[in-house]
Write a protein that binds this ligand. Structure first.
Ligand code: PLP
Length: 387
């Protein structure tokens, strides 16, 4: 029996069409886009083509897209770039407790540099309340950053509403859309965002490339200083194969999104229903409706997520306890804690993230395997006093 990959939110396999599009840029078309000869111009053309595709997917203009080394850099760029450029206006930033570490750690860094950060709470489903955003605004607020969808529990945040509040108050608004771009419709004008982070490896593109959308007129400092690449906003010779791969991945996502969203949501619901029915003392984490089509996150009482994960792995099923970066640490998920879970509850969570190659048979295999694993672990569990 082959292995089953259900950790697409950590990273996706690179689509064969994407690899095919990238290959010539390692060999024949290897030019430096800044060179004025034909090799350079060929590479530059390929980058601009990719930029047009990325911009079109999110309703942006080409010149509003800056390619980066991934989602983490895009988040760092947005937060530090706006913070340092707008310091004379104010030093207050609003974000949420459930952001990815790429945002939270950047906020902590900015705090050490004298910025004041408000970390908004979330409700039991992981939702930020837009009225809390409104209340947190002061005359020193220069930036609001709330993620589009949470990578652990899949909750989709009310970004358009928060965008409206930010726009009315004249405050820049950033969203980390790493988990949504290419998966659900994202339009920077409908969402009223000024900055938006993306990452190619979450949508069947290569790892190590992403982009930041920067609305025209947004005041921010360049992320890297050096050459004049990316309209002087991000120096360094461009990762041409990566950017081309990102463009191809975006093109495929645009063609397949509406079909794929429906197919995945169906499989997601099968998995959720099956797990809650076949294993007692389980709960769905995250919002039941405002939820990514590919995310299943459940809590299983009296067992540890890591133990379930290792046992699933022995049966060839690869899942996660939460985000890829925290799954190797034994700290409970900051997202589940913010949603009001106890440490014990937060340790008993499991995330399955579905994708392009997930089949109904694979979902069935998980539904067959997990109840037995849980029963075995519970039989040994010191957490279970009275079953
Ligand atoms: N933001 C979110 C919501 C993510 O899920 C991730 C990746 O897990 C990142 C940012 C970081 O993206 P990258 O791995 O491209 O740096």
């Amino acid at each position: 029996m082959g292995r089953i990959y259900l950790d697409y939110a950590a990273t996706t396999p690179t689509h064969p069409e994407v690899v095919k599009a990238m290959l010539p840029h390692f060999t024949d078309a290897f030019g430096n886009p800044s060179s004025i000869h034909s090799y350079g111009q060929e590479a530059k053309g390929a980058i601009e083509e990719a930029r047009t595709k990325v911009a079109a997917l999110i309703g942006a203009r080409d010149e509003e897209i800056v390619f980066t080394s991934g989602g983490t850099e895009a988040d760092n760029f947005a937060l530090k770039g706006v913070a340092f450029a707008n310091e004379p206006k104010g030093n207050h930033i609003i974000t949420s407790c459930i952001e990815h570490h790429a945002v939270l750690e950047t906020c902590k860094f900015l705090e050490r540099r004298g910025f004041r950060i408000t970390y908004l709470p979330v409700d039991e489903y992981g939702l930020v309340d837009p009225s809390d955003v409104k209340k947190a605004i002061t005359n020193k607020t220069i930036l609001i950053s709330v993620m589009h969808a949470n990578n652990e529990v899949g909750t989709i945040e009310p970004i358009a509403e928060i965008g409206g509040i930010a726009r009315e108050a004249g405050i820049y608004f950033h969203t980390d859309a790493v988990q949504t771009v290419g998966h659900i419709p994202v339009d920077v004008n409908e969402l009223e965002v000024d900055l938006l982070s993306m990452s190619a490896h979450k949508l069947y593109g290569p790892r190590g490339v992403g982009a930041l959308y920067i609305r025209k007129g947004t005041k921010l400092l360049p992320f890297m200083h050096g050459g004049e690449q990316e309209r002087r906003r991000r120096a360094s010779t461009e990762n041409v194969p990566g950017i081309v791969g990102f463009g191809k991945a975006v093109e495929l996502a645009q063609q397949e999104m509406s079909q794929e969203t429906k197919r995945l949501a169906y499989l997601r619901d099968q998995l959720i229903k099956g797990l809650l029915k076949r294993i007692d003392h389980t709960r769905l984490n995250g919002h039941p409706i405002m939820r990514l089509p590919d995310n299943v996150n459940i809590s299983v009482d009296y067992v540890e997520g890591e133990s379930m994960l290792l046992n699933l792995d022995l049966e060839g099923i690869c899942a996660s306890t939460g985000s890829a970066c925290s799954s190797s640490s034994l700290e409970p998920s900051h997202v589940l804690l913010a949603m009001g879970f106890s440490h014990e509850q937060a340790h008993g969570s499991l995330r399955f993230s579905l994708g392009k190659w997930t089949t109904e048979e694979e979902i069935e295999r998980v539904l067959d395997a997990l109840p037995g694993i849980v029963a075995k672990l519970r039989a040994m569990s010191p957490l279970l006093k009275n079953p």
